[in-house]
Write a protein that binds this ligand. Structure first.
Ligand SMILES: N[C@@H](CCC(=O)N[C@@H](CS)C(=O)NCC(=O)O)C(=O)O
Length: 198
């Protein structure tokens, strides 16, 4: 059975939401970051970054929330969380999956630190550019790929929920509010929120 290493009130939420969406049993291994459990030698073998979340599946181990989403969505195809290889939607799916850690996360850091950097040199451009691109992509909806919900919504939805609704690091926009509401209406999101609260 897959084991999810997680800690309350952390980025583990993304992986908890994912696992709840699969409908498959999994084991939750509490790795309390406030107690330093993420720095134990055994855990560092699973994630040398000493951060949660991480997942093991037999001999396989995977860390980084978006990578966990990609792994599990492919591993449990019956959950319909990823367009299969060969489906034209697979390209955009991978783009948005990587967009969360590659662009949304640094945009949030830039918003929080007021870091000034030339947009041509910054991989994410600028916070405004990331938000404009997301705004346009989410305008139609209901999901980032259109009609079908996917693991990309789990990473994008978690990022927006964190940055816009919970921590108000990024000013909201109507498309963001509607999208976050749709994410929050999902039973798996609600179960994950309860678990993540600790
Ligand atoms: N890039 C990682 C970030 C994970 C992360 O930052 N986790 C934080 C909690 S939100 C953590 O484990 N911090 C504990 C520490 O650094 O000691 C991911 O997306 O999974």
């Amino acid at each position: 059975m897959m084991k999810l290493y997680w800690s309350p009130r952390s980025r583990s939420f993304t992986a908890l939401w994912l696992m709840e969406e699969t409908g498959q049993p999994y084991e939750r291994v509490l790795t309390d970051i406030s107690a330093g459990a993420q720095k134990s030698p055994d855990y560092l073998k699973i994630n040398p970054m000493g951060k949660v979340p991480a997942l093991t599946d037999g001999e396989a181990a995977v860390a980084e929330a978006a990578a966990i989403c990609a792994y599990v969505a492919d591993r449990i195809p019956q959950a319909n969380l990823a367009p299969p290889i060969g489906d034209p939607k697979r390209g955009r799916y991978l783009q948005w999956l990587f967009f969360a850690p590659g662009c949304i996360e640094p945009a949030m850091v830039q918003a929080a630190t007021k870091l000034e950097m030339k947009s041509i040199a910054a991989g994410w451009g600028s916070t405004a550019q990331v938000m404009d691109v997301l705004d346009a992509a989410l305008e139609k909806g209901p999901w980032i790929l259109g009609d079908s919900f996917s693991a990309a919504d789990i990473v994008i939805g978690s990022g927006l929920n964190f940055a816009v609704r919970l921590f108000k690091m990024i000013p909201s926009r109507p498309s963001f509010d509607r999208y976050i509401e749709r994410c929050m209406a999902r039973p798996a999101f609600q179960r994950a929120e309860k678990i993540a609260a600790g």
